[in-house]
Design a protein around this ligand. Sequence first.
Ligand code: ADP
Ligand code: MG
Ligand code: MG
Length: 255
Amino acid sequence: MSVLEIRDLHVTVETDEGTTPILNGVNLTIRTGETHAIMGPNGSGKSTLAYTIAGHPKYTVTGGTITFDGEDVLEMSVDERARAGVFLAMQYPVEIPGVTVTNFLRTAKTAIDGEAPALRTWTKDVKESMKALKMDNKFAARNVNEGFSGGEKKRHEILQLELLKPKMAVLDETDSGLDVDALKIVSEGVNRAKAATDLGVLLITHYTRILRYIKPDFVHVMVKGQIVEEGGPELADRLENEGYEGYFPAEAPTD
Ligand code: ADP
Ligand code: MG
Ligand code: MG
């Protein structure tokens, strides 16, 4: 079993107004085999948490710790995080000019495993995963993220998840911009990866829709850079009905 532990995490970002605190003491423990959903209103800091786990240089950790199996994640380079088994599918993945999906996947797999995958099984694995995600074969020859539609980006993320076999996956807004059919295909991919490798999942979402297909064991609500409530799947059901309004105090009467 592996465990990702986030303790009292404080994160700031530089804006025109100066140093702005975004995360104000986040605590979270995720073990392999568990699926955690982080929900919350827009602007609450969900993506900031994902980027911080990923090691994005824009975000400065000013307090607290992130460890993976006791190792200090904040001391690791982005590559070291991937090699340790932490997978980040980002909300807006970058284009990599001139690098095809095939080459990208093989390079990533080689970097993470420390050796190139055996060609025959690898080619077969790629084909099977693409087929399961209902991706056209031609997709493999395209350049990474160049002209990808929102749905193609998401499928490409899940393709990586299935092939790279991380221990822990952070999925930020995997549901955004997907129609119901695509959402089902992508969710099935995540569920296959979970079944295949005892994957731990941190699923970040504003909406409850995806949680009908990927069942969370734990639900955490983030508001203003803090986790303000935690529970099981029933919490997501409640949020579906009530929204996030209850977390914001009503305006005080003026008279
Ligand atoms: P969420 O994913 O929950 O919608 P974000 O983490 O994207 O929230 O944003 C939280 C807050 O931090 C927002 O007010 C946002 O404007 C600000 N923020 C996040 N990233 C940056 C950045 N790179 N530069 C400036 N402000 C940022
Ligand atoms: Mg947002
Ligand atoms: Mg976000």
